[in-house]
Design a binder for this molecule. Sequence first.
Ligand SMILES: [Zn+2]
Length: 627
Amino acid sequence: MKTVLAIFLLILAGVMAGKSQPDGRGGMAIRMADDVHSYANPQQAKVTHVDLDWTVLFDQKIIKGSATLSFQRPPDQVNAPLILDTRELTIEKVETSVNGTVFKPTTFQMGAVDKFLGAPLTIQLPPNAKKVRVFYSTSPNASGLQWLSPEQTAGKKQPFMFSQAQAIHARSFIPLQDSPQIRITYSARVRTPKGLLAVMSAAGNSQTSARNGDYRFSMTHPIPPYLIAIAVGDLKFQSLGKRTGVYTEPSMLAKSAYELADTEKMVEATEKIYGPYRWGRYDLLVLPPSFPFGGMENPMLTFATPTILAGDRSLVSLVAHELAHSWSGNLVTNATWRDFWLNEGFTTYIERRIIEAVYGTNRREMEAMLGKQGLLEELAGTPESDQILHINLDGRDPDDGATGIPYEKGALFLRYLEEKFGRAKFDVFLKNYFNSHAFQSITTETFVDYLDQNLLQKYPNIVSLDEVNEWTEKPGLPKTAPSPKSDAFEKVAAQAKNFMDGKALSIQRMQKDWSTQEWLHFLKSMPENLGAAKMAELDKMFNFTNSGNSEIAFQWLMMSIKNNYKAADARLENFLISIGRRKFVRPLYTELAKTPEGMKRAQEIYAKARPGYHPITQSSIDAVLKK
Ligand SMILES: [Zn+2]
């Protein structure tokens, strides 16, 4: 009851504030009471469905067309306008309809632009209006779209375009209520140049080779807007299992299908623990290397970086992660971006459970140890206020909250609960949590209330609310945080020590037996100031500079910068120019920028690399190099 009352009061406060005073972000717009990253007014008019009609124009780098939005207003709000989020959209005209078939022009106002939020679009509505249709086009600089020239693709012949809407970039290609607590269904008709295939996070993706340039899609489950996604390119499909498959450029198809062969097994393993997969198909789209993230859990069609294609299936925890989002994130969604850990902490925890089910406990523990190591390093360099799971992002870009903390600290919190209550009880709890909140967006408070009632009180005197509170509302890591353990890593650390002590290594056995995770731990076990001579020795034995594994290459290049190891210079430049995944390129530029000489080099490389980066990566690196 506490939560319900609190939400009611917040809504009331929001409505009253909106009626009487400007909000400082674009005139008289009414912001949602509890999502500081949206201008929408769902308490007055709430969008339930959007119907897209798009033409994808590669020569102008824009999408042009219309979005028809269905919405509902409560009986006491029949004169309320509809307020949508937009960013850099050109609005041609807006029409409304009472019966859903006949549309008439209406008036609209674009509010002032906020650098993080974009601008509110306020549409006047007659009483009884049920739909609006917005005719618009996107900007060539839309933050949620990346346009690749043929040279930037694997095939080099056709252009490519893909979207990335999380956190608040959907508004740069669709005028809509861009808050994760709005849940909408969508349908789309997409026209592209003939010969190219459009795919979306919906049903309707074509598995055949027919390419007529006219495609239709439909998502019938209510999803948050950040999960609307599209890609257009020279794409081909290969099946991986009865409901799984992969789309990518033809030249990458065989390699991708090999790497992702365990996908169907992963779906089955997850269903066994957390209940049925509810989305129908689970396909993956392997994108060109400029994709700024590892993966994006777009429903029915995960978008993935090609940097997971290691050739030995050692980096497929990314697939486990994106698949896990089909429960945590897509089915039960963070209501605002300050609750992001509800998406990512749960998903990282479930990812490791999937890895355990498919590849065994050893692999899970190695990945969990690497995760905790990374978290401790990150915590050491993060201000206290940003170490909190339930982070305050008011006045900030929600992308600021996308650090490793919601992922790894959140996962450790769930592992802590699992260890305290026992796996059997905790699994039942999580399965019930997903079932009882399916297709809903919830806040941290709602989760904690549910946890209190269904676990803490049900099995009293095991974990207190104060302890939960320490995890969700306080900086740092509680003393009781779990410690993953791996025998394999102890052996790896022993080899690292042998190397430092000048003893011989069993090179052949290491090369034959070690997984990517073991190699990463080996490199991370080296001292910070290893020195160029020792680097050269390692490189001679294991050829790290030329590693085709993106994670190992990244770790090695970080060490190369720190130790001024010149033999890796060419590889570093090539890596930064050919890959746009932010997880890799941001730390590399940051490390380079620490010395004046390195900064100069970073700027030279960046001048060549920037045109190939996604807008999200560009803005991250701009920030690193402007200091
Ligand atoms: Zn995730």
